[in-house]
Design a protein around this ligand. Structure first.
Ligand code: FBP
Length: 549
């Protein structure tokens, strides 16, 4: 494969391991754990893996001699920068346990596990992918691992390859499935450990022990670079309002982080919209008001950041989507027979009067998108809803009314962007390269400790990587009961933006100034080589959360 100059230089980068992982380790047990909510139900559903203790690795002065171990790995869900380094860290970790250990990669996500599609990951393959973005080493997929048949089918290939541990690299839904799989294999004494690793650019898989999910750092740096470029263009031409939708299926962490890095005129935070019970009209009025105030100063340009998941956080829409999810799950067979032209009316006829009215008021494109297939986890595919166009159209209409009333005299010309896929496969920043390598290496240590149903945990992330603290947390600890596909299910609780958290408070304290004045910040491209303050800074979200600065 022909490589660019950067690829060649980057291949030589040696991720910095936490000091504790550079020698032999022993797992020190902390307190027994409880799930974040619904303890009784979760305990009943996970009798073998509930309540396990937190683990922390410490140096082991008298290590025993390791034996070879075969391990399987799956990349699950959306791509996130650094996945290849999790795999290379895992590879190096199990080779350190014993040089005759083997790593098998299941192809195209959990589907490859069920269908027995795999490759052995050799030294040559791993070396090709160190420090690179993408999940192309083995591919990823969104097949939901949930049935006993799938678990048993997967077990056949694990037995055939003598695999004793499976590492699932995924987001909240995939790690939920990892916990269910761990519980099942433990219940039948399958002799297979299951370990999870926290992946998602969305940044919503986190808690005290998982300070951030990998990929968030790199993806937000890529989006912030491009937003910064657009801001330069915008402030040069002074004639466009740019409506920029940013990925993040549910939480607004990505939009908020990009706002902190670039200081746009408007950034909507979905969690605030929900908390304040805002309607679509309120959001539009707010943006139109800012456009008008800037126009009064002669500034007919600006930047609006919109989180991808917004639609589901507008309370009226949330109620509608919840009823729609149940309706489509309960009537899937009948709905599939309704011709496309009649589907809108079918839905209106079957919804409650209140939700039918909201649904009927939506533009055709948005309504259609809400009724399309859910992803395998039952989620509306929000990345396909063009909220940026919806909002700019509505703002344009509101401004026309304001013009007629005499409260606005400017010019409004909008451009639209959606940044998501551009950042998910970038070469990992130094932070993500180090973090991911440590997560994978640490997963090998968890395997060596004999535990199952744990997630690899690397903490103290705002300190230099050598000082990071490593260990594992039981996945059940992160769970609660939620309604999915019309029934209550145990799932990992998503970490949404906290309105009382430092990142949002910093943003809220500055946003009025950023709205009216032009305070754009230009973070520039990710730097891989150079001074630490340019190359190794973690995200602002992480810095504010950990250190308040
Ligand atoms: P994960 O949670 O699986 O990491 O994926 C996150 C994400 O990138 C979301 O931001 C986005 O809504 C979704 O994936 C897009 O999904 P797809 O890759 O299937 O188009």
């Amino acid at each position: 494969m022909k490589k660019s100059a950067l690829q060649k230089a980057r291949a030589a980068y040696q991720p910095k391991l936490p000091i504790v992982l550079t020698g032999a380790v022993k797992a020190v047990e902390g307190n027994a754990t409880e799930s974040v909510a619904d303890q009784e139900e979760i305990k009943k559903l996970f009798p073998n893996t509930y309540g396990l203790p937190e683990l922390k690795f410490e140096k082991n002065p008298s290590p025993s001699v390791g034996t070879p171990i075969n391990v399987g790995v799956i990349l699950s869900g959306g791509q996130a920068p650094g996945g290849h380094n999790v795999i290379s860290g895992l590879f190096d970790g199990i080779k350190k346990i014993h040089k005759d250990s083997h790593l098998y990669g299941f192809l195209m996500g959990p589907g490859g596990f069920v269908d027995h599609q795999y490759i052995e990951l050799t030294n040559e393959i791993i070396d090709e992918y160190r420090n690179t973005g993408g999940f192309d080493i083995i591919g990823s997929g969104r097949t939901k691992l949930e049935s006993k048949e799938q678990f048993d089918k997967g077990l056949e290939i694990l037995k055939k390859l003598d695999i004793k541990a499976l590492v699932i690299i995924g987001g909240d839904d995939s790690n939920t499935n990892a916990a269910i799989l761990a519980e099942y294999y433990k219940s039948i004494n399958a002799g297979v450990q299951v370990i999870g690793c926290p992946k998602t650019i969305d940044g919503d898989l986190k808690n005290d022990m998982i300070e951030t999910s990998f990929g968030f750092d790199t993806a937000t740096k890529v989006y912030s670079e491009v937003i910064g470029n657009i801001q330069k263009d915008c402030n040069s031409a002074k004639k466009y309002w740019h409506f920029i939708k940013l990925m993040g299926r549910s939480a607004s962490h990505i939009a908020l982080e990009c706002a902190l890095q670039t200081q746009p005129n408007v950034c909507i935070v979905s969690e605030e919209v929900e908390e304040k019970n805002m309607t679509l009209a309120d959001i539009v009025d707010n943006i139109a008001g800012i456009v008008a105030k800037r126009a009064a100063k002669g500034d007919n340009f600006g930047i609006v950041l919109i989180p991808e998941g917004l639609i589901e956080f507008i309370p009226a829409m949330k109620k509608l989507i919840a009823e729609l999810n149940d309706l489509l799950a309960a009537n899937a067979t009948e709905f599939a027979t309704v011709a496309a032209a009649g589907q809108r009316q079918y839905i209106i006829d079957h919804l409650s009067a209140e939700n039918a009215a909201v649904y009927a008021s939506l533009p055709e494109g948005v309504a259609r998108q809400l009724s399309l297939d859910r992803d395998p986890h039952g989620n509306v595919q929000v990345s396909l809803i063009e909220t940026e166009k919806l909002l700019s159209e509505m703002v344009g209409r509101r401004l026309a009314e304001m013009k007629a009333e005499g409260s606005y005299t400017g010019k409004f010309s909008a451009l639209h962007h959606f940044f998501g896929y551009e950042g998910r496969c970038a070469d990992p920043s130094n932070f993500d390269a180090d973090y991911c390598y440590a997560l994978g290496f640490n997963a090998a240590c968890l395997i060596n400790s004999g535990v199952t149903g744990y997630m690899s945990s690397v903490r103290n992330l705002t300190k230099p990587s050598v000082q990071w603290i490593t260990g594992g947390i039981p996945i059940t600890m992160m769970m609660n009961m939620e309604r999915r596909h019309g029934a209550m299910k145990p799932v990992i609780q998503k970490a949404l933006v906290r309105l009382d958290g430092a990142p949002f408070r910093k943003f809220a304290a500055k946003r009025d100034e950023w709205a009216l004045n032009t305070c754009y910040m230009y973070p520039g491209p990710i730097q891989y080589f150079g001074p630490a303050e340019v190359c190794d800074q973690p995200s602002m979200t992480l810095r504010y959360e950990q250190e308040g600065k």
